[in-house]
Design a protein around this ligand. Structure first.
Ligand SMILES: NC(=O)c1ccc[n+]([C@@H]2O[C@H](COP(=O)([O-])OP(=O)(O)OC[C@H]3O[C@@H](n4cnc5c(N)ncnc54)[C@H](O)[C@@H]3O)[C@@H](O)[C@H]2O)c1
Length: 46
């Protein structure tokens, strides 16, 4: 089963955390600003 992260607040700190812990995981992004959520949803983790 693949780990899933629920992530709210797709800003600078949220992106940094997702890059560190999100590798190989499915991430569900929530943000009150849909454009921020769309932008970060396209980001690749390292
Ligand atoms: N970036 C830093 O170096 C730093 C350092 C110390 C403290 N902080 C604090 O940490 C917090 C986050 O910083 P950041 O740089 O990631 O901010 P940011 O503005 O880059 O990102 C915040 C994101 O959270 C979203 N958001 C705000 N309220 C929300 C809500 N109720 N529901 C869903 N999404 C919501 C915003 O739309 C935005 O996309 C801030 O309070 C900031 O003051 C940041």
């Amino acid at each position: 089963m693949q780990d899933v992260i629920l992530w709210t607040g797709a800003g600078q700190i949220g992106m940094a955390i997702a890059r560190l812990v999100g590798y190989g995981k499915k991430i569900i992004v929530g943000d009150k600003n849909i454009e921020n959520a769309k932008f970060t949803a396209k980001m690749k983790s390292y």
